[in-house]
Design a protein around this ligand. Structure first.
Ligand code: ADP
Length: 655
């Protein structure tokens, strides 16, 4: 193939522009990205070679070599991994296959630090080379292909790139960066060693650099030992040395690993810039043997909500990398966990399909799930200092002190995802329920557990009361809460979108039933005294004729109309039947374009309210009835079916 010019996919061109203009203060990440690509390429070779040993040709030792040429102003990263065919080079280095690139672009903020973080998360690694290079040449040959099938790819990182066929004896890829004038500092052994130490120490692949040694400058005047020399310098010796640790961190004993090393390793595998919140590292022995090193990030990734997002677990078998994103190893509701599982039992040629069925994998998945839950339980337990007083915090160990506030942090980022587990993982439902936290009518912060709530329950109270709403403000101001506020009964306020769904799976906590204050008939049981009950019954009796008329007027909108003692200040509210879908969930489903059953709520009226008292005998009865209903709907976040009619009715009454 002779030289061809290809245009970059529009997104790539745009991305390149952003990469080169916004990542300036974080230049050095380019090396981590390119080394990580090289390491992936070696992993791929190792994996393909499991079924085709010939791919190793005569170079079975996989490695990455860094070299530079000061005079030519180049820095080269060479791997002897899988390499690329011409078509692969065109496809992989000219387009962005991943969906969500547009999304990615729109999220770039102009703030270099957070943008750099995003670049990592979206895996646009190769293009980061253009931060330091004005031109990149890639020379590559696919493992197993003939030497004559080598490829050269060249681009200045703007509109297009060139590809041509070359002869390349060695398998694998060389990425040659033609350094910008301002980036010449990277053509330096110390600089490169420093960056490798920072980002790529734990890559299990050796990274090699040619050794240098000092050589005095040439003697010009033999009579003048000091002054008569040309300046000396470092020269290459032709001997290569490994500059990273190249040992898989998780195989080392815990006691030999510092927190900093754990955090660095996390950054490397997660491409996150922030240190993890916490981690757990264990060798599990028994019927299945494996090592797990699992991390909880400090911050949720942008695409946390994508349920198709694969788990963040890398699977190794006896230290050989097998696959990324091994979703079979972690339930979907723990998809935010990152880490490594290294199994001693699985076959090396295990496929994703096989993983789904393997009993060993099932055991690993259960083991990892339990570990993550224990880790969270531990954080939850140490979240608050017992009395948060100085004396108490002072006696805490450093380790426990570090855990203060951590669970709250975790929950703010990942709590909503954790709730998915209630419907997904029945075996751990009880443990998960204990990990839930909510805001409540006595706590604005999301910090109340079911156990906290139970401990504060009133004498005679026999249910855990809650309300779901779109926002905290809407929840707090719900008319349904009025009587609870009056009586000083705490109500949990649930405002996560998943709450409604998740609560379908939790009907009680530790023997106490959960009761929505917007569902079912109002019954406070022993919390209501005889007098109140009597008054309610009397009101129901006197209101009977009015209720019958209301029911008739609203028969298309309301399932039923009844009086209630739920309300104090509001004239009316809507509730659904005990097993009915809440109005809020029905609305949410509709918004999401899903089928939702038509929910016909019950209208409850407050017999003590002036407006309700006015109904009887009013010439505006019909309008008032509809206004009551539509207002109740508005109050709980819905919209009248016919807003214009509502406005007309209100205006008629106002004038
Ligand atoms: P990512 O690595 O996240 O997929 P990159 O932009 O870094 O994104 O790389 C795009 C693709 O180019 C890779 O997925 C891989 O197929 C190919 N590639 C990049 N570097 C190499 C390399 N050193 N050897 C083989 N293939 C590579």
């Amino acid at each position: 193939m002779s030289k061809q010019t290809h245009a970059f996919q529009a997104e790539v061109a745009q991305l390149l522009h952003l990469v080169t203009h916004s990542l300036y203060s974080n230049q050095e990440i380019f090396l981590r990205e390119l080394i990580s690509n090289a390491s992936d390429a070696c992993d791929k070779l190792r994996f393909e070679a499991l079924n085709n040993n010939g791919l190793y040709e005569d170079a079975p030792d996989l490695q990455v070599r860094l070299s530079f040429d000061k005079a030519a102003k180049t820095l080269t990263i060479t791997d002897n991994g899988i390499g690329m065919t011409a078509q692969e080079a065109i496809d992989h280095l000219g387009t962005i296959a991943k969906s969500g690139t547009k999304d990615f672009m729109s999220k770039l903020s102009g703030d270099q630090k957070s943008d750099a973080q995003l670049i990592g998360q979206f895996g646009v690694g190769f293009y980061s080379g253009f931060i330091v290079a004005e031109k990149i040449t890639v020379e590559t040959r696919r493992a197993g292909a003939a030497a004559a099938e080598g490829v050269r790819w060249i681009s200045g990182g703007t509109g297009d790139f060139e590809v041509e066929t070359i002869t390349r004896a060695e398998r694998g890829t060389s990425v040659i960066l033609h350094l910008r004038e301002e980036a010449l500092e990277y053509a330096n052994t110390w600089k490169l060693k420093e960056i490798v130490g920072k980002y790529s120490d734990h890559i299990s692949l050796p990274i090699l650099m040619e050794k240098e040694e000092w050589q005095d400058g040439e003697l010009i005047d033999p009579n003048d030992e000091n002054g008569g020399r040309k300046p000396g310098g470092m020269v290459k010796t032709g001997e290569w040395e490994t500059i990273n640790k190249a040992s898989a961190l998780w195989t080392r004993p815990k006691k030999d690993i510092t927190d900093e090393q754990y955090a660095d390793f996390y950054k490397q595998i997660s491409r996150d810039f922030e240190a993890p919140l916490t981690w757990t590292h264990n060798r599990v022995e028994g019927s299945t043997e494996y090592t797990q090193l699992l991390y909880i990030p400090s911050k949720a990734p942008q695409d946390l909500w994508n349920r198709d997002k694969k788990a963040g677990i890398k699977l190794y078998v006896k230290r050989v990398f097998i696959m990324d994103e091994a979703e079979a190893l972690m339930p979907s509701y723990l998809r935010f966990v990152k880490g490594v599982v290294d199994s001693a039992d699985l076959p090396l040629n295990v496929s994703r399909e096989l993983l789904q069925e393997s009993r060993d994998v099932k055991a690993i998945r259960e083991g990892c799930t339990k570990r993550v839950l224990s880790m969270l339980e531990d954080l939850a337990k140490h979240d608050k200092a017992p009395e948060a007083s100085a004396e108490v915090t002072d006696v805490l160990s450093e380790e426990d002190k570090a855990k203060l506030g951590q669970y709250t942090k975790f929950y703010a980022e990942f709590g909503a995802v954790l709730k998915e587990g209630l419907g997904e993982d029945f075996g751990n439902k009880d443990r998960l329920s204990k990990l839930l936290r909510f805001a409540s009518t006595t706590s604005d912060t999301v910090s109340v557990s079911f156990a906290d709530y139970k401990a504060r329950m009133k004498e005679g109270q026999d249910a855990i009361y809650y309300i779901t709403a779109d926002t905290l403000a809407a929840a707090k101001n719900s008319p349904q809460l009025e009587v609870f506020k009056k009586k000083g009964i705490e109500v949990l306020l649930m405002t996560d979108r998943v709450d409604e769904w998740a609560l379908n799976f939790v009907h009680e906590f530790d023997g106490t039933p959960l009761q929505s204050v917007a569902k079912g008939a109002f019954d406070l049981g022993k919390l209501q005294d005889e007098e109140e009950k009597k008054a309610a019954e009397d009101a129901a009796e006197t209101f009977k004729p009015v209720l019958a008329k209301l029911k008739e007027a609203l028969k298309d909108k309301a399932e039923d109309v009844r009086v209630t003692s739920r309300l104090v200040d509001s004239p009316a509210c809507l509730v659904v039947t005990d097993d009915g879908m809440s109005m809020q969930l029905a609305r949410m489903l509709k918004q999401a374009g899903q089928q939702a059953p038509e929910v016909k709520p019950v209208l409850e009226v407050n017999p003590e309210h002036a407006l309700v008292k006015k109904l009887d005998g009013s010439v505006h009865f019909h309008d008032l009835a509809h206004i009551l209903f539509d207002q109740a709907l508005l109050a709980e976040g819905g919209l009248p079916a016919d807003p214009a009619a509502y406005v007309k009715r209100v205006n008629a009454l106002l004038s």
